[in-house]
Structure formats: C-alpha cells, structure tokens
Ligand binder design. Structure first.
Ligand SMILES: *[C@@H]1O[C@H](CO)[C@@H](O)[C@H](O)[C@H]1NC(C)=O
Ligand SMILES: *[C@@H]1O[C@H](CO)[C@@H](O)[C@H](O)[C@H]1NC(C)=O
Ligand SMILES: *[C@@H]1O[C@H](CO)[C@@H](O)[C@H](O)[C@H]1NC(C)=O
Ligand SMILES: *[C@@H]1O[C@H](CO)[C@@H](O)[C@H](O)[C@H]1NC(C)=O
Length: 419
C-alpha cells in the first residue's frame, strides 16, 4: 500500500509496505523509482529546475527552453541525461565533472550552442552515447573526446563542421557509429579517423568532401557501412577503399565524378567489390556524362595507363608558384583565408597545397580551376593562421603521407594575424 503524505514544499513521504523513503520532485516534473527518474520534459523551463533529487539516475529535460548548463545542476549519480531540443547556448566546462556513471548524454538540437570547451566531456569513462547533432557547431576543440573509451555512438550530424583535427577520435576504440553527415567537411586526411578500430558505420553524406587521403580509412578494419553520397568528389582511388576489408555498403551517388583515366582505379575496385554499392554517376567527360561508372567497360578507358601503384603515384610534378599571404581574406573568426597559387606547370591539372605545421603536414582545401597556368584559389583553414608555417605545393591527389611525395617547398609565409 502506498500512502503519499504531503509535506511542506513539494516533498512527499511515501510509506511503502512499511519501508520509508522520501524524496522531493521539482515542480511540474514527474518522479518515479526503479530506476529513479525525473521527467521534466516539454514544460517551457528556462533553466534547469531546482530540486532534482541527487539520487536520480535518469533525468529528462528535453523540449524546454533551457539556456545554460552549470556545475551543480545535476548530481554525479546521473546515468541518463536528455536535454535535447532546448536552447542551450553555454555549458560550463565543469558541468559533468566526476560523472563517472553517465552512459547517455543527449544534447542534440540546441542550435545556438555553437561551441564546447575542450574538457566538457573529460572523465566520462562510461559514456556510451553522445548526441551533439544540430548544435550549430563549427569546430571541435582538440581532445574533446579524449578518454571516452566506452563510447559507441557519436552523433555529430547537421552541424557546420568544416574541418576535423587529426586524431580527434583517437581514443574512441569502441566507437561503432560515427554520424557526420550534413556538415561542411571538405577533406578527410590520413589521421582524421585514426584509432576507430571498432567503427561499423561512418556517415559522411551531404558534406562538401572533395579530398580523401588515400590512407584516410586505414584504421577502419571493421567498417561495414560508408556513405559518401552528395559530396564534391571528382575522384576516389580504389586503393583508398582497399583498406576497408569489412565493407558491405557503400554509397557514392550524387558526386561530380570524372570518369576519365582518374576513375580507372575506382572502376577496378568496383568490379572486385562483393558488397552493395549505389550508382556512381559520371559528370565528365562529356561523352560519358550521365552514365554509371559501374556500367562502363574496359574499352571506355582507352589510352589510360594501368592504375598507378602507390609508388608511381608518388611521382609528382614540382610546381612553381606564389603564395600570396596578403590575399588572406580574414573573414569570420576561425573560418578562412585565401591563398592564390599559380602553377606554371601545365601538366598538373589539380595542384594541392599542404601546410607544414608543428603537428605535421596538413592538407589545405583546394578548389582548382584549371586554366593555362593552372590557377587555383584555395580556401584554407585557419586553425594555424597565427603559426609560422611553410606551404608545400604538390600536384594531383597524391597522399602526402610519404615525405617523398611532397615536391617543392614554396615559401615560408610571414606570421599571419587576423588582427
Ligand atoms: C535561443 O537563444 C538565442 C541566443 O541567446 C536567442 O537569440 C533565441 O531567441 C532563443 N530562442 C528561443 C526560442 O528562445
Ligand atoms: C566495448 O563495447 C562492448 C559492447 O559492444 C562492451 O562489451 C565492451 O565492454 C566495450 N569495451 C570497452 C573497452 O569499453
Ligand atoms: C545534397 O545536400 C544538400 C545539403 O548539403 C541538399 O540541399 C541537397 O538537396 C542534397 N542533394 C541531394 C541530391 O541529396
Ligand atoms: C621535385 O623536387 C624535389 C626537391 O626539390 C626533387 O628531389 C625531385 O626530384 C623533383 N621532382 C621532379 C619530378 O622534378
């Protein structure tokens, strides 16, 4: 028999089959036990309500208008915390400090969040699912996912991410699902996905990806599903996909594929692949536009030399040119600058640019519009704008993993400052 006995405030005393147990429940919320749960969803709360019992394991605050999360709002006993679809603009870095029992954290659909402190999630050693979709994030700080060794689901889709630092996911040895679709990514580098040895699903569709390093997927030995549709890919080498032994589902549709000799290694890979693939619609050359690369025959690749192996790919042209730092546009904080590269080498249709940073080489976004002198305008990321670094110009889509592939050091730029 349960006899609720009203007490002053919003506390109740339950006498439950002779057992006494008392707790309070925040106004407008519903509380229950086994597991101890506080449900405060959809009540126009502007801040986290007071009086959440400290022993609460599950806290549901979704669909309110909460603005800020601060240290002390929740207790370290929390196992499940849902605060999606609020209006969180700030999370105090120590909000989740010591939350060693937390397994699920849903912060999704807080469109004005925009940034997170590096240590926000540090110490969440049991965290299994982290939802950060549709949070207006344009970048992720270094080490943001450090130590999340139990994480299996990471939802980062529908943000404004342009760039992922090397080794961002390094500690996530148990990650199974990584959702990055609907962002603004343009390049996948050799170490973008390093460490993701258990990854099963990688969703990268609806980005602006035009560069995939040949070794970008090198650690993903258990990946079964890769979505790259609706991006800006002109080419993708078969060698790159060869590093994915468990792949079963691949979607490459809605990219501006060029089905000339550049496509030969992908065509060969598709012939070998036993899993399921989307269509791979050709946009160029003109006589193949609209065709599916998978349907082409060997005869459609006349005069193509055999697929270069990685060694011959290392043969790049040395480009000469000018890197003109004064063309730095200095737009919004943390976004971009522009560098003008003029290559005099007409053989090179698509030169690339890498920046020698203290952490190693970083590729730079290139949108090359070939002209007589192969003039390229590059938008580049400014994570290192204030750092003195060296530009390296190299041709074609070669991996820069091997130092021998890098051709010519262009010049050292002066210190760039946006101020
Ligand atoms: C959410 O927060 C932003 C930034 O503080 C504000 O401009 C916006 O009006 C808020 N939206 C709602 C629905 O409260
Ligand atoms: C990884 O996830 C599995 C469940 O798939 C779990 O059993 C295991 O304990 C996790 N390992 C680590 C190191 O967290
Ligand atoms: C591709 O993605 C963009 C958003 O990034 C979207 O507007 C467009 O409809 C998508 N196109 C296709 C064919 O899915
Ligand atoms: C490019 O430049 C590097 C260093 O200056 C040189 O070792 C290499 O032989 C050059 N490659 C070509 C194809 O000219």
């Amino acid at each position: 028999m349960v006899i609720p006995v009203p007490l002053p405030g919003h506390s109740f005393l339950l006498v439950l089959c002779g057992l006494e147990l008392s707790w309070s429940c925040p106004r407008h919320c519903i509380c229950y036990t086994a597991p101890t749960t506080v449900s405060c969803q959809a009540h126009n709360f502007l801040s986290v309500p007071e009086g959440i019992p400290p022993d609460s394991e599950r806290i549901f605050l979704q669909n309110n208008k909460i603005h800020r999360l601060l240290r002390g709002h929740f207790s370290t006993n929390t196992v499940t915390l849902w605060i999606y679809s609020n209006n969180i603009t700030y999370i105090e870095p120590s909000t989740f400090q010591g939350f060693s029992l937390l397994e699920e954290l849903d912060l999704g659909d807080n469109r004005h969040l925009r940034s997170l402190a590096e240590d926000t999630f540090h110490g969440l050693s049991r965290l299994n699912a982290l939802h950060l979709y549709r949070c207006g994030l344009s970048s992720l700080p270094n080490n943001i996912f450090q130590g999340l060794r139990n994480l299996q689901y990471l939802y980062l889709q529908d943000n404004h991410l342009k760039f992922l630092q090397d080794d961002t996911f390094m500690d996530l040895h148990n990650l199974s699902h990584l959702f990055l679709h609907g962002n603004r990514l343009w390049s996948l580098n050799q170490n973008t996905f390093r460490g993701l040895r258990a990854l099963d699903r990688l969703l990268l569709h609806q980005n602006q990806i035009e560069w995939v390093d040949q070794l970008a997927f090198h650690d993903l030995k258990r990946l079964t599903t890769l979505y790259l549709f609706n991006n800006s890919l002109i080419e993708l080498s078969g060698q790159c996909l060869d590093t994915l032994p468990a792949l079963e589902y691949l979607r490459l549709n809605d990219n501006p594929w060029s089905c000339d000799c550049k496509a030969l290694s992908l065509w060969e890979w598709l012939k070998r692949f036993r899993g399921s693939t989307s269509s791979v619609g050709c946009q160029a050359p003109a006589d193949l536009a609209g065709k599916d690369l998978k349907e082409l025959r060997k005869e459609d690749f006349p005069n193509c030399s055999p697929t270069p192996n990685s060694e011959s790919r290392a043969q790049t042209n040395n480009l000469s040119g000018t890197v003109n730092p004064s063309m730095n546009r200095g737009v919004a904080v943390g976004s971009g600058g522009q560098t003008h590269i003029v290559s005099k080498d007409q053989r090179s249709t698509r030169p690339g640019l890498a920046a020698q940073t203290p952490e190693g080489l970083r590729t730079v976004k290139g949108e090359c519009r070939p002209s007589l002198h192969c003039q390229c305008l590059y938008d580049f990321i400014t994570e290192h704008l204030r750092v003195l670094y060296t530009y390296i110009c190299f041709s074609a889509f070669v991996s820069h993993s091997n130092g021998a592939q890098i051709t010519k050091i262009r010049r050292k730029t002066e210190q760039k400052s946006r101020r």
